[in-house]
Design a protein around this ligand. Structure first.
Ligand code: PLP
Length: 400
């Protein structure tokens, strides 16, 4: 009998981390590799946020805090939810954790019993199904398609709901596709949920601020206030404020649920880093004007990547509304053979060959639940991005 738990055997290691490791190995062996796998902005954390962290250290704010967040941060989160999303929350409805990841995990741990189902639209962020499994629940994948811009339709959501459904996980703009739901598109989904009062909504708004053109962000409790009492609105500072390493995420929702999530955290990690919490107060309360500046750069990169990938034979790349990912299809490459003699049978073979023969690391679509595609993160310096796209074009042109 294995020493390791049965739960662990149900969970896969993160494929995005596996790709990053493989790229690192090849680079260490002297190969010229460009990584397009990372899910974090290449910008530095803004100076005012770093200064707030330094001031917190100097002021001795280096001790345990309240398990689920300092009052100042909870107040900043309530103000943010009102300002950006028109949502009213009081501090007792807010919890702060070590990254958005911990907050989502706490919510699943606090609510799932064996047999409980969680609807996850595919393509999905790699962690959702495994977090549901770790918490003892059953992931139910609701398959969206490229034809609808990777967005779930009302009929698809309706078909996935059963009497055992506990949560619907919603993520817009999405990792891995960058797809963002408009108000009307989201309203179609919330209308379905209104007809099923036993289903709660866990919305992951992590990419809220990374949006392009005239796309406007919206979140379920805002679009359908009648869902407020069964919505957990999750967010964090990692992506918009280039603070992935600081590990601060948060959620707002019904008080009992928030208290239950705090109970899980009290017996696992306790409070998130005190210094990071003070930095997050500054991130949320301080100037927000660098966000559109960064977005303008990201939008240029998005447009360049979409154009260059669409010029690669066999690749079709839709234009996403947000985040820093594109999710092109390689349907036109399937069945072809690389110069090294590898037959492209699926997106995993494609990504491996692209890495080994062209030195570009991307994550294959099967990891996110929709094939044959791959995910490119364009949170990378312009020159590296252009060089990587040129390599992808050359790689595809040489397929026979
Ligand atoms: N949700 C989505 C959709 C993400 O892409 C990520 C990070 O990649 C997270 C949550 C986790 O964010 P954090 O780094 O704050 O834990």
């Amino acid at each position: 009998m294995s020493f390791l738990s049965a739960t662990l055997s149900r969970v896969k290691p993160s494929p995005t981390i596996a790709v990053t490791n493989k790229a690192r190995e090849l680079a260490a062996a002297g190969k010229d590799v460009i990584g397009l796998g990372a899910g974090e902005p290449d910008f530095d954390t803004p100076q005012n946020i770093k200064d707030a962290a330094k001031a917190a250290i100097d002021a001795g704010k280096t001790k345990y805090t309240a398990v689920d967040g300092i009052p100042e941060l909870k107040a900043a989160i309530c103000a943010k939810l009102k300002r950006d999303n028109g949502l009213d929350y009081v501090p007792a409805q807010v919890t702060v954790g070590t990254g958005g990841k911990q907050v989502l995990y706490n919510a699943l741990m606090a609510t799932l019993n064996p047999g409980d189902e969680v609807i996850i639209p595919a393509p999905y962020w790699v962690s959702y199904p495994d977090m549901v499994l770790l918490a003892g629940g059953t992931p139910v994948i609701a398959q969206a398609s490229m034809q609808t811009g990777f967005k779930l339709t009302a009929d698809q959501l309706e078909a996935a709901i059963t009497p055992k459904t506990k949560w619907f996980i919603f993520n817009s703009p999405s990792n891995p596709t960058g797809a963002g739901y408009t108000w009307d598109e989201l309203k179609e989904l919330t209308d379905v949920l209104l007809r099923h009062p036993h289903v709660w909504v866990m919305t992951d708004d992590m990419y809220e601020h990374l949006i392009y053109g005239d796309f406007e962000f919206c979140t379920p409790a805002q679009v359908e206030p009648r869902l407020y009492d069964r919505t957990l609105t999750c967010n964090g500072v990692s992506k918009a404020y280039a603070m992935t390493g600081w590990r601060i995420g948060y959620a707002a929702g019904p008080k009992d649920l928030i208290a239950a999530m705090g109970k899980i955290q009290s017996q696992s990690t306790s409070n998130p880093c005190s210094i990071s919490q003070w930095a997050a107060v500054e991130a949320l309360n301080g100037p927000q004007d660098f966000i559109p500046v960064n977005n303008a750069l990201f939008q240029k990169r998005r447009d360049m990547v979409v154009d260059m990938l669409n010029a690669a034979p066999g690749i079709t790349c839709p234009v996403p509304e947000g985040a820093f990912y594109v999710y092109p299809s390689i349907a036109g490459c399937i069945g072809k053979t690389t110069p090294a003699g590898v037959k492209i049978t699926d997106d995993e073979v494609f990504a491996t060959a692209l890495l080994e023969e062209a030195g570009v690391a991307v994550v294959f679509g099967a990891a996110f639940g929709l094939s044959p595609n791959f995910r490119v993160s364009y949170a990378t310096a312009d020159d590296a991005l252009r060089a990587a796209c040129t390599r992808i074009q050359d790689f595809c042109a040489k397929l026979s």
